[in-house]
Design a protein around this ligand. Sequence first.
Ligand code: BGP
Length: 472
Amino acid sequence: MHCSLTFPKGFVFGGATAAYQCEGETRGHGKGAVSWDSFLAERGRFSADPASDFYHQYNHDLELCERFGINGIRISIAWSRIFPQGVGDVNPEGVDFYHQVFRACHAHGVIPYVTLHHFDTPQALFAKGDFMNRATIDAFEAYARFCFEEYQDEVSDWFTFNEIWAVSSNTFIEGTFPPGGIVGDVGQALQLNHNMMLAHARAVVAFHEGGYSGKIGVVHTLEGKNPFDELNPADIEAARNEDVLQNQFLLDATFRGDYAPDTLECATRLAAISGRELDIRDEDLVCMREAALYNDYLGINYYQSRFLRGYDGPNILHHNATGDKGTERYALSGVGERVMREDIPRTDWDWMIYPEGMYDLLVRIHLQYPNYREILITENGMGAKDELVDGIVDDSYRIDYVRAHLEWLLRARDAGVNVTGYFLWSLMDMFSWTNGYNKRYGFFYVDFETQQRIPKASAYWFAQVARMGVLA
Ligand code: BGP
């Protein structure tokens, strides 16, 4: 491949985390409940305690970052540590905890990139309808304002939401997120997309009004959506349907502040499949258009791309949450069926390894939304059943995975895309929402019994790349 192998000065070589997946202490220190607590307890398969015990180990994790050249960390604030009920009384211990974490980041030369919401709406608000209830949008804005004010001296890089689409689709289409079991409701998924984008916009406008220094944006999980057969009209339409659902609806909301006519036409048609009409109000769009002017960052979580066939049969959805390769099925009536391309390698969880799809998305955004300012790859990584053998974790497959994605990232830079950082999901091994603990992603292996951290081969390799600023 012909591309520059050199990273620009200031490039962020990062590792990503999320509060619920790494902190532990899910019910301690004044933290309020989140929907996941009871959801996971009812299922009994695994819990998020103590996960990677970041609540007590953060200093050690940041020391590792410093030692391995990792100069940025994605951290999310657990909303219910700050406001245990989502609104109202503040928990001072939670507020102080994040002060300590952010100060430790700076002491170790690691920039904190802070997300306000990573799947963990406080239970008190979730019980009243989560973001389908517009009162949660008000609560989110108040929480965001509190954080901007409180942490303004320690945080200058903010994201409102992590993966609105994952919340919408896993809640309403796949049924794998709390409350669990809701399947195929495309209309509700689109409505949640919209409501959360409005909440994002409200927070962005608040950030601007507050005159805070720093940058703000949103993290979307994007996938390339390709027709399985490029000449088959049904496959082309299926690819378009999935693209609007996951990518274009949210990108339009982010960068236009409204929905292009063809986006809205497709979304309206898809919502109607589940008998829904979208509630998009004029005043929502006024706020969203204003926010579109102030967005600094787009964070992209990129893991894979899809190949679609037209599909009108009954919904068949089976989520591979165990790592038994070949068990994933996703066929959504009137939307499309995701099919594997056997020539493309995939992980044990049936995630296709397709780095060129990330390049396509980067270039597409650059061309389609010329008002974007800066893109960070806020997550990319490979879940695997890593093994510790004689004190060593040889994850050369992960090195290959990351190298390939970084090559395509540099290629996108060569094509003019302003992409300025890359965060591996995940910094260290941690809890996975639907998979538990055998799906490992980290640079640092975690022994979940002892909480010992062991740098994997990929950590040593990445340290070299980060120090030299050159892809080796
Ligand atoms: C993203 C989430 C992360 C993380 C990652 C890996 O969607 O932002 O929180 O979980 O995916 O997903 P999984 O743990 O399901 O393999």
